[in-house]
Design a protein around this ligand. Structure first.
Ligand SMILES: Nc1ncnc2c1ncn2[C@@H]1O[C@H](COP(=O)(O)OP(=O)(O)OP(=O)(O)O)[C@@H](O)[C@H]1O
Ligand SMILES: Nc1ccn([C@H]2C[C@H](O)[C@@H](COP(=O)(O)O)O2)c(=O)n1
Length: 536
């Protein structure tokens, strides 16, 4: 996998790329260091940078190698067998590197070396033209920017021996800041005017503005893109593998221990067939999920995640129905809620076979509870996707599995979760996802969006339904442990179909869906806020 990070000087590319590579176990490639090393060679050979033929020859002859440092640390840069790590960071190199980097033959030589380094490895490569020229097929492309003032502020603190990423970091020398700002602005102009490879984002790059983000937040955001790209790759590989396998009907289904049990509530003949199958070793009947039926008791958590909710054993369904009924009644009185657009969605879902992927802003635990019982009351099932971390608590794990929750290991390519959601959607169950991943309680609280919902919908060939909620923050205000009574308002938008996005190509459609669905969520929330002023 190739992660390409581009952006202007001081936007945090090296900081973030190093940390990301350490976290993912990828190789880190600093391409700016390569241009700096060539510049050093040119200066040492006393060749004027204007003599482009001689400069190009030196670039072609340069042997540039990286010796990895400790994870997260900068690598050692070797030029023709010598350590030049410090020598390429001088003011003299800063002043000449842009001119050297703008010689087309120098770029050709560097691009060839960069592609050779990245061959067959997982790599995080940062520079100015990674996503546009060097790795146009990179699976993840990020264009990292920040205000020139913020970048100058960071660089000044760095030069003063501080760390701009530390809270409370201050610039000491205002004059130095002014001169760094001037330098940054002139480097921006040179990078953008570089005729051979002007600095601009690739059309399919994710734009990240780090002005108000800590490095760790930027790393988390890119790690989410990596996880998504890995899930996408794995999904395509497994689709291809499935296409080349005989269909389930063509092969004998492997017998599983639970498959000899009749599902509770199965008709007499079904039960007899199941018993017969167990006795004779013939194929056991499977449920709609293609799984062996669940047993009345002693099912694993995975059994709950893998089966349709209507295939849950009778005792579990009884508990769910009683609890859902009680919560429904209680919630209507305690948090009098309205679900604008909910009935249209339910009516549409009742008419069709596929469920929908519902996405919503996340403020408290109350909105998934209300949504699950609202669907239940209408005879439909919606399965909330929850973060795996909740499974550390045994009671929560039990409850979440019984209400149809599907755990997801965030930050990894959790293909298992994606597949479970895909199968649920195909059974007609819907999926409830909170792409912000965490509860957001004020307008400053922005979280990177987890785009996996679009992949799930795409794989199940269904749509994404945006929705929003307000009023919930006052149900569980900061520090409160017991939910308070308060009116809650939901609003559901029209389902968004991939075909109507006006974009071609699997990856482009995913990105368009992620952006459009989240725009819609926030638009619906803004509409609710206008309708109910003062509510959050
Ligand atoms: N998000 C951030 N918040 C605050 N400081 C940051 C952030 N990201 C990076 N920094 C700091 O800003 C400075 C510049 O970062 P870095 O060297 O990673 O930028 P860069 O984009 O690689 O620059 P260049 O292209 O010039 O090499 C460093 O001192 C780094 O610690
Ligand atoms: N892919 C790249 C990487 C870097 N450059 C230029 C831009 C700078 O002038 C110089 C040094 O880069 P830095 O170490 O500051 O990131 O190299 C480029 O043209 N293409």
């Amino acid at each position: 996998m190739i992660v390409a990070i581009d952006g202007p000087a001081g936007s945090g590319k090296s900081t973030v790329a190093r940390a990301l590579a350490a976290r993912e176990g990828f190789v880190y490639l600093d391409t700016g260091a390569m241009y700096r090393a060539v510049t050093l060679k040119v200066l040492k050979a006393q060749v004027p940078v204007t003599e482009t033929a001689r400069v190009a020859k030196l670039a072609q002859e340069a042997v540039i190698e990286f010796v990895p440092g400790a994870p997260g640390e900068a690598p050692q840069v070797m030029l023709d067998g010598k350590d030049v790590t410090a020598a390429i960071r001088t003011a003299q190199i800063d002043q000449n590197v842009s001119a050297v980097a703008s010689v087309p033959a120098v770029r050709q030589a560097m691009v060839a070396q960069q592609r050779a380094i990245a061959k067959n490895i997982d790599i995080v490569a940062e520079g100015r033209d990674m996503g546009t020229v060097v790795f146009p097929d990179a699976q993840v492309k990020v264009f990292l920017s920040a205000d020139a003032a913020a970048r100058a502020w960071r660089r000044t603190i760095e030069r003063e021996g501080g760390n701009a990423a530390q809270p409370g970091a201050q610039v000491k020398d205002q004059a130095l800041y002014e001169s760094v700002l001037e330098d940054i602005q002139s480097r921006d102009a040179q990078d953008e005017a570089n005729a051979a490879s002007p600095l601009h984002p690739a059309a399919d790059a994710t734009l990240l503005d780090s002005t108000r983000m800590a490095p760790q937040q930027v790393v988390d955001a890119i790690a989410n893109l990596v996880a998504l790209a890995q899930a996408r790759q794995a999904a395509i590989a497994s689709d291809n593998a499935a296409a080349s396998q005989p269909s389930a009907a063509e092969k004998d289904a492997p017998s599983q221990p639970a498959s000899t049990q009749a599902a509770p509530g199965a008709s007499g003949s079904d039960a007899t067939k199941a018993k017969d199958a167990g006795a004779t070793g013939a194929k056991a009947p499977k449920t709609k999920s293609g799984q062996a039926p669940m047993r009345p008791f002693h099912n694993t958590f995975d059994d709950y995640y893998d089966h349709g909710m209507r295939e849950f054993p009778l005792p579990a369904r009884c508990v769910f129905n009683v609890a859902a009924g009680l919560i429904y009644g209680f919630s209507r009185l305690y948090w009098p809620w309205d679900y604008e657009g909910g009935q249209q969605l339910i009516d549409e879902l009742k008419e069709r076979e596929l469920g929908t992927v519902m996405v919503m802003n996340h403020v408290s635990m109350v909105e998934p509870v209300i949504t699950v019982v609202m669907f239940w009351r209408q005879g439909l099932r919606i399965r909330p996707v929850f973060k795996q971390e909740f499974n550390k608590n045994d009671l929560m794990r039990w409850v979440f599995s019984r209400v149809g929750g599907i755990p997801v290991d965030r930050g990894t390519a959790d293909l298992k979760a994606v597949r479970r959601c895909q199968r649920a959607l195909k059974r007609g169950e819907s999926i409830l996802i909170y792409p912000e991943g965490t509860r957001i309680r004020d307008d400053d609280g922005k979280a990177p969006i987890h785009g996996g919902f679009a992949l799930i919908a795409q794989m199940a060939k269904t749509d994404v339904t945006p929705s929003a909620v307000i009023g919930v923050r006052d149900v569980t205000p900061e520090g409160a442990h017991i939910p308070r009574p308060h009116r809650v308002h939901f609003k559901v938008g029209a389902p968004l179909k991939f075909g109507a996005l006006g974009v071609k190509g699997r990856k482009a459609q995913l990105e368009a869906m992620e952006a459009k669905a989240m725009d819609k969520v926030f638009e619906l929330r803004a509409q609710l806020r206008r309708d109910y002023p003062g509510e959050w």
